[in-house]
Design a protein around this ligand. Sequence first.
Ligand code: GLU
Length: 482
Amino acid sequence: MVRVRFAPSPTGELHIGGARTALFNYIFARKNDGKFILRIEDTDVSRSKIEWAEGIQKSLSYLGINWDEGPNVGGEFGPYFQSLRKDIYLKFVEKLINEDKAYYCFCSQEDIEKEREQAIKNKVSYRYSKKCRNISIEDAKKRLLNNEKAVVRIKANQNEKIIVNDIIRGKVEFDGSEVDDFIILKSDGNPTYNFVCVIDDHLMNITHVIRAEEHLSNTPKQIYLYNLLGFKIPEFAHVPMILAPDRSKLSKRHGATSVEEFIDKGYLKEALINYLLLLGWSIGEDRTIISLEEAIESFDLQKVSKNAAIYDINKLTWINGYYLKQLEIDELFERMKPFFIKNNIDISKFETSYIKSVLLLVREKVKTLVELVEASRYFFENSFEYEQKGIEKYFTNDKLLMLKNIIPLLNQINDFNRDKIEKVIRNYADSLGVKAAEIIHPTRLAITGRTVTPGLFEIMELLGKDMVISRINRAIEKFYKE
Ligand code: GLU
């Protein structure tokens, strides 16, 4: 049975790179009728926070990347927070020490620093001198009882190359010297990542380790530990990095990078999932729109690219616009509610059917929920400002005079619908011998404050006759010069 895991360190929000790793694991599990496990790697106590762990879970749940085992849902291989598994790790440390496969090292930070400086002088890469290997276990225990600080190191004896058979990258060879006497337990009593990762992946019966490329260099050490502990080695697949458009490391200066930020900016989970799918994998045929279901059917780890994926916000935004237009209106209405609140638009006075009609009309022109809320504002508020460039162009006296004259014509319409409104406006323009646009633009600015909107006649129908006339009057009062 396939068992995969996503193992975030809770040191920040869920980054899109992390979300992509989680998604690939999730899809791989679903495709193979396996299990997807969430494990929180919070052994680095100084950097981990429970709030981050909760935030990561929230973001995953929002995206629909649900785990079969892990925090909240439990499972028979728990606990799923590494901070709750310390006893387990310490037992393995002890076992390795007793088997003479690991040892206490009492070298101070300064000792290590000196060795490191010497290595730099000698122009060789630094490796710990192994001098504490000679301390007998009895002596070491005495020194510990005397409150001396020690770390625990692996006794590494790797002469041959270590080969990682990576599903995505193929055979990757590492020199045996990559595995030095590395630390598995720090002097503060906390075990290190490479060690706990191996223990947990083994105890949780993980069959495939699918993770970010940056961990490829940790893999030889982990393979060494698997062998040392007599554990079966899982399959590895290292997914490519995600780089900024300038091929630099993706960071805050490139805009939103966490799932939470994207949600706040009004991106839909469907679009995020679709976009994440494209970061390193493709279903072929130059397809951009792919549903999660389709991905589960066709996903193939071997087809994931070795090359870095380039993050492209414009593509994500385009995809978002696509899904925004596909969303069921009831669903869109629900998802918009928090955005109205956050943007201080009070929709409580309006009928649901009116709000939905507004959303249906305005969504045609926007790509995110934040854009949608802003572009809908004039449907719910009267005290909007007018775009300056529009005022100069469309609120000249001659145009305002036309607006003045159109009011009685609009007033005469009994059934105030888009077709009737259009007819009245076009007839009026004909009667003056001007283009309809001459009237449409100023009217648009008067009733919305904007120069670009969805179809004017639809907007007028939605706002209703009284509102339209009162807004036209307001513009005339404000801008007509006697
Ligand atoms: N905790 C590691 C990280 O957040 C995950 C390492 C792994 O998947 O093995 O990068």
